[in-house]
Design a protein around this ligand. Structure first.
Ligand code: HEM
Length: 401
């Protein structure tokens, strides 16, 4: 029997056949357990992200209990102002001048611990640590608190991915909200009173049309950043390295022309996106392939399935850093055509930052590691976000010290 349940063990083991079955036979599938409609075709997922009839009110129950109210659930003028407040810190010259050196330092420090070893679990030693270290450094928070942040973001991420509403996970998430708030509020107040050269001060003093973010809004945003900028980039890096290690031809292309690292990231976001699904809630009845979704229902947009839709991408299961039907030039802008960063008004505000982080990291990894091969078959985990839980690699060290 064809499995179309996205929470089934079959889907956990290998989601590709489940996405295909959904796309081809049940493009609008009601999921009893989640009380939600699952959509999987590119044109439907694109529409859900771009059509204003689809709100992101779902975040009021999905995330607000742990973060407070964030940009993700805002609409209209409030959303536009918040985007303008935070965007400058995440792109262009601000990003390059201020934060690329932070990325280089963090990637070097992590690499130094294993560069001479000839083998590594890249997830444990690098990918789960690097993005969170970078964001904590960018915020200007102390390195000694990295473990604390790591625990908090793990618990928030579990809350977000708690599709079956496990009460223990809920409780831990709510506790994290209180702990984070107690930690951050005094530090935000200190930066507003006495700004320094860090992201927390930038957020504390940014002003658009005479409006600033309140301390609680900054707290909510920082709490969101820890998850949005941590887990996602972690899994993007792991999936990208796995895609390259598995395919020597693609690896050779990227080694020979490092500008293709950005292509490899874009193609990873299409082929094996770290965020596999995002929810929406239409404010009115909407007609999609396969039927009508009633106003107020929850819609699960299967990013990963849409990105493998053969109606949109030729030979969609193939990982190809030179793919002609993916717009690499626009892959990190709101005009992107893959759905890995969503599309439309909530398109990932950290896309350029993620690109810079991945370029710095992959360049450093490829410089330090030659002849990389898998030491054991990796096991991808998760249906909400997905990446291997460990990535054991063997390699020939190329640089020392
Ligand atoms: C490869 C890594 C990343 C992936 C795959 C990713 C994915 C996403 C996705 C799918 C959304 C849309 C959510 C929705 O519409 O419901 C989003 C939004 C967002 N992302 Fe990212 N993200 C990444 C990196 C980052 C980084 C590094 C940051 C910042 C440090 C960040 C900050 C945000 C924020 C603040 C939003 C909300 C934007 C809004 O609502 O207007 N992300 N991201």
């Amino acid at each position: 029997m064809t499995v179309t349940d996205i929470l089934s063990p079959e889907c956990m083991a290998d989601p590709v056949p489940v996405w295909e079955a959904l796309r081809e036979t049940r493009p609008l599938a009601f999921h009893e357990g989640m009380n939600a409609y699952v959509i999987s075709r590119y044109e439907d997922v694109e529409r859900a992200f771009k059509d204003p009839a689809f709100t992101s009110d779902n975040y009021s129950w999905q995330l607000e209990p742990v973060h407070g109210r964030t940009i993700l659930q805002m609409d209209g003028r409030e959303h536009a102002i918040h985007r303008r407040l935070v965007t400058p810190a995440f792109r262009g010259s601000e990003l390059t001048a201020r934060f690329v050196p932070v990325m280089r330092r963090n990637s070097r420090e992590l690499l130094d611990d294993f560069r001479d070893d000839g083998e590594v679990d890249l997830v444990d030693a690098f990918t789960t640590r690097y993005p969170i270290n970078v964001i904590v450094d960018m915020l200007g928070l102390p390195k000694s608190d990295h473990a604390l942040f790591h625990r908090w973001y793990t618990s928030i991420m579990a809350f977000l991915a708690n599709l079956t509403q496990d009460p223990e996970v809920t409780e831990r998430g709510l506790l994290t909200k209180d702990e984070l708030q107690a930690y951050l509020l005094p530090r935000i107040a200190a930066r507003v009173a006495d700004p320094r050269d860090d992201l927390l001060s930038v957020l504390g003093t940014a002003e658009i049309d005479g409006e600033r973010m309140s301390a609680l809004e900054i707290k909510a945003f920082v709490s969101l950043l820890l998850v949005a900028g941590g887990e996602t980039t972690d899994k993007a890096l792991a999936n990208l390295m796995l895609n390259l290690v598995r395919d020597p031809e693609q690896m050779a292309l990227v080694r020979a022309d490092r500008s293709l690292i950005a292509h490899a990231l874009a193609e990873t976001l299409r082929h094996s996106p770290p965020v596999q699904m995002i929810m929406r809630q239409p404010a009115e009845d909407v007609r999609l392939s396969g039927g009508t979704v009633p106003a107020g229902a929850t819609v699960v947009c299967l990013i990963a399935a849409a990105n493998r839709d053969p109606r949109r991408y030729a030979d969609p299961d193939r990982f190809d850093v030179t793919r002609p039907d993916l717009d690499f030039a626009k892959a990190f802008t709101a005009a992107a055509d893959h759905t890995g960063f969503a599309l439309g008004r909530h398109f990932c505000v950290g896309a350029m930052l993620a690109k810079a982080e991945v370029e710095v990291a992959v360049n450093a990894l490829l410089d330090a590691m030659d002849d990389i091969e898998l030491a054991e078959p990796p096991v991808p985990q998760g249906v909400f976000t997905r990446a291997p839980g460990s990535l054991r690699l063997r390699f020939r060290p190329t640089l020392s010290g």
